[in-house]
Design a protein around this ligand. Structure first.
Ligand code: ADP
Ligand code: MG
Length: 255
């Protein structure tokens, strides 16, 4: 098995004439936490969406656990994935947690968590439930298992969404501003869960505005500006001793 869990190489993406990702490359070793920071509109979400192919990048390569997703360009110049099965396999190994939780509203919390393991991994109901309960314990909402998402607070819903992603046993977890939609008093309960995942060496790529979280758990912080990596390095360097005026200003605004 390779040391590198995720390799992102020269990812580009345009919407119409606007190039929003201008060649992004980085690697996440196993157990690493990478935080993506940057102003609104700098391309952070688009980058995560290109990694799990919610968006098809216009160029570049994603390699997950040594497996590179091949793309082909058709005669109209459209880029698409060469092998749909490979895409599904790779997506399954990426856990995604969104800003707005995205739980299925018509399913209970337990049903939300066992759906993927049942339908995609082919687990038995009993096995899926046993694992779901352990995950609900881990994120501290076991008592909510038979409730519907709307009956939970935002913080509880986000913890359920994290449990749902973990239930697929992903190689890499992707978080897109997991605490941004939460009332301030609920942020810490989600932050605590993410800290616990970092402590058990989960590989994670996280977009966040929680600067203290990024500083504490990241092995690398990447500052995106207008679709490019402007600075990258250990948090002590990037956040403690920023080189560019833009990053200094960004950090001042975030404090
Ligand atoms: P961030 O997450 O850093 O705030 P985004 O990745 O959401 O930034 O957006 C980067 C840029 O791409 C923005 O200018 C945004 O308006 C644009 N963009 C994102 N998604 C789309 C889309 N589906 N169609 C057109 N433009 C988009
Ligand atoms: Mg975003």
């Amino acid at each position: 098995m390779t040391e590198i869990a995720l390799s992102v190489k020269d990812i580009r993406k345009s919407f119409g004439n606007v190039e929003v990702l201008k060649g992004i490359s980085f690697e996440a070793r196993r157990g690493e936490v990478i935080s993506l920071i940057g102003q609104s509109g700098s391309g952070k979400s688009t980058l995560l969406r290109c990694i799990n192919r919610l968006e098809e990048p216009g160029g570049g390569e994603i390699t997950l656990e040594g497996e590179t997703l091949r793309t082909i360009t058709d005669r109209h110049g459209n880029v698409r994935v060469a092998d749909k099965r490979q895409l599904e396999r790779m997506r399954m190994r990426l856990g995604m947690v969104f800003q707005n939780f995205n739980l299925w509203s018509h399913m209970t919390i337990l049903e939300n968590i066992i759906e993927g393991p049942r339908q995609i991994l082919g687990k038995s109901r009993d096995e899926a439930i046993a694992e779901a309960e352990a995950l609900l314990d881990k994120v501290g909402i076991r008592a909510k298992r038979d409730q519907y998402p709307s009956q939970l607070s935002g913080g509880q819903q986000q913890r359920a969404a994290i449990a749902r992603a973990l239930a697929m046993n992903p190689s890499v977890m992707l978080f897109d501003e997991p605490t941004s939609a939460l009332d301030p008093e609920l942020v810490q309960e989600v932050v605590q869960v993410i800290r616990a995942l970092a402590a058990e060496h989960r590989t994670m790529v996280m977009v966040t505005h929680e600067m203290s979280l990024a500083r504490d758990i990241s092995s690398q912080v990447i500052f995106l500006h207008q679709g490019r990596i402007e600075e990258q390095g250990p948090p002590a360097e990037v956040m403690g001793n920023p080189r560019s005026a833009r990053l200094r200003q960004f950090l001042r605004m975030e404090e």
